[in-house]
Design a protein around this ligand. Structure first.
Ligand code: HEM
Length: 487
């Protein structure tokens, strides 16, 4: 009985401390405190009625002030709206904001914990410095033949289904899975032809948005305690098994076959040089990271771009013209240089990621107490910082008529007028997207091949998309279907 009373009083006093913190923590600091977010908002995260991106969006529009604070399961969170301060956090004062908030279970999920996205500084810095040369433009150029071949496979599949509605949610991931497995691991599976491709089975599971995965995604970002307690895994077990098996199979083969230019070859080289003398799992984790980070981002961005092309016929025609001009100049072939040098195509990719940033918020942890003298504010060490990318990129203050799809916003003349810090689709500073060049090239290749071969039409009505509250990446709730007609 005494134990029960003790437990009850501990529970009640914790609740009291929690509510006192909710009320006074940000108030004391003179920052607008959002009581709704700290209570109902958090509850709705666990009920999967909205995700962190949507919560950030709601808070972004709730005030005109530079910041808004709330408490997330006892942790102070600051949503930063001010672009100058965002730049300081991401770039100038990066040393004090060098880690993401995300945690996974170190023992139960050794691969997930060591991925570059999750890994903490200084190990993060060490790994990043070792793998970043693989993402250089020189390397991209050598990989282009592979990506181009996969683009041709997509065209072949679409030609076979000409005039019928094609489900992009199902087929863009086939393209990106093939790109990632070919460039990352030298495996050519052709998911369009091979319905049982193992890589597609694995990629399907990584970002499956069911209730259990939805709750896990919330926990990775907001509760190390729950993540550890329930032994949650960032990578679905069968997907990590797939990556592990692929890693060892390829390693054995490569001992016989010799050199390759894919990402895993780079990792093997590092292993041979004993760069990872501390922990070989670290290497395998980067292979898993490549697979995980590459396919969903590329597939979603390509899908959104195709959707907007089918809706905005004038832009579609202008893009086709520009690609046809390039084709004439290059003997009828799409080349690496023609893609990256096509300003209009690249601006379409920027505009797509502006309107649909796959990662709708960025996050960092404040390492040491951080002074903002002009606002007389100290951000305490340990505070979670959320940067609301999607609402910033849809704010008419920075992007007039924000729902309009307008690639010319990114033309050289207009870019100069635009606040440079307001485009954050690939993040910013030393921890920005390492795969941005590879991602843009893969999307550009798929888009250019499809638009130059087909007239793209919506299978239904155009509507502004809504996004799945169970995911942490931007995923549409409805199926996107297009009808392609040969030109
Ligand atoms: C259109 C495609 C892509 C988009 C929109 C995108 C977006 C992002 C964003 C917003 C971040 C967070 C940056 C930050 O916190 O400042 C990120 C990080 C990252 N991305 Fe991408 N990404 C894309 C493609 C790729 C590809 C193809 C790869 C690799 C194959 C990749 C690998 C990574 C990695 C490893 C990180 C973590 C970097 C670090 O912590 O050092 N991404 N990405």
């Amino acid at each position: 009985m005494l134990t029960l009373w003790l437990l009850l009083s501990v529970f009640l006093s914790s609740l009291l401390v929690y509510f006192a913190k909710l009320q006074f923590y940000w108030k004391r600091k003179n920052v607008k405190n959002n009581f709704y977010a700290s209570t109902i908002g958090v509850l709705k995260l666990f009920l999967l009625q909205h995700n962190i991106g949507a919560l950030c969006e709601q808070l972004y529009w709730s005030t005109k002030e530079k910041y808004v604070g709330f408490i997330l399961l006892g942790k102070p969170v600051l949503i930063v709206k001010n672009l100058k301060l965002i730049k300081k956090i991401l770039v100038k004062d990066f040393d004090n904001f060098d880690n993401r908030t995300m945690t996974t279970n170190k023992i139960g999920d050794p691969l997930g914990t060591r991925t570059l996205f999750v890994e903490k500084n200084p190990i993060w810095k060490f790994i990043r410095s070792k793998i970043s040369s693989w993402f250089s433009s020189g390397k991209m150029k050598t990989l282009f033949t592979k990506i181009s071949q996969i683009g041709d496979n997509f065209v072949e599949f679409v030609a076979e289904n000409e005039g019928k509605p094609i489900d992009l949610n199902e087929n863009c991931p086939k393209y990106s899975t093939d790109v990632v497995t070919a460039c990352g691991f030298g495996i050519e599976e052709n998911c369009f032809k091979n319905k049982n491709a193992l890589s597609r089975e694995a990629s399907k599971k990584i970002f499956i948005y069911n209730i259990s995965r939805g709750i896990q995604f919330v926990c990775y970002f907001i509760s190390p305690f729950l993540t550890n307690f329930f032994n949650m895994k960032w990578l679905d077990p069968s997907s990590s098994e797939f990556v592990e098996k692929m890693y060892y199979d390829i390693k054995d083969k490569r001992l016989i076959e010799g050199t390759h230019d894919d990402f895993i070859a780079e990792l093997f080289k590092m292993e041979q040089k004993n760069v990872y003398h501390t922990d070989p799992v670290e290497i395998m984790a980067q292979a898993a990271q490549f697979f995980l980070a590459g396919f969903e981002t590329v597939s979603s961005t390509l899908m959104y771009a195709l959707y907007e092309m089918a809706h905005n016929k004038t832009i579609q025609r202008k893009l086709r013209e520009s690609i046809k001009n390039d084709l004439k100049e290059n003997g009828g072939k799409i080349t690496y240089n023609s893609l990256v040098g096509n300003e209009y195509l690249m601006n379409i990719i920027y505009e797509t990621t502006r309107k649909y940033p796959v990662l709708p918020f960025l996050d960092r942890i404040c390492r040491n107490d951080y002074e903002i003298p002009e606002d007389n504010l100290t951000i305490d060490a340990g505070t979670y910082i959320y940067i609301p990318v999607q609402p910033i990129q849809r704010d008419s203050e920075y992007f007039p008529d924000p729902l309009k799809f307008d690639p010319d916003r990114f033309s050289i003349e207009n870019k100069e007028k635009m606040g440079l810090n307001s485009y954050l689709a690939f993040g910013g500073g030393p921890r920005n997207c390492i795969g941005a060049r590879f991602g843009k090239l893969s999307v550009a290749c798929g888009l250019a091949k499809l638009v130059s071969n087909f007239d793209l039409n919506l299978a239904g009505e155009y509507e502004e998309l809504e996004f799945d509250p169970k995911g942490f990446l931007l995923a549409p709730t409805k199926k996107i279907k297009l009808v392609f007609n040969k030109i």
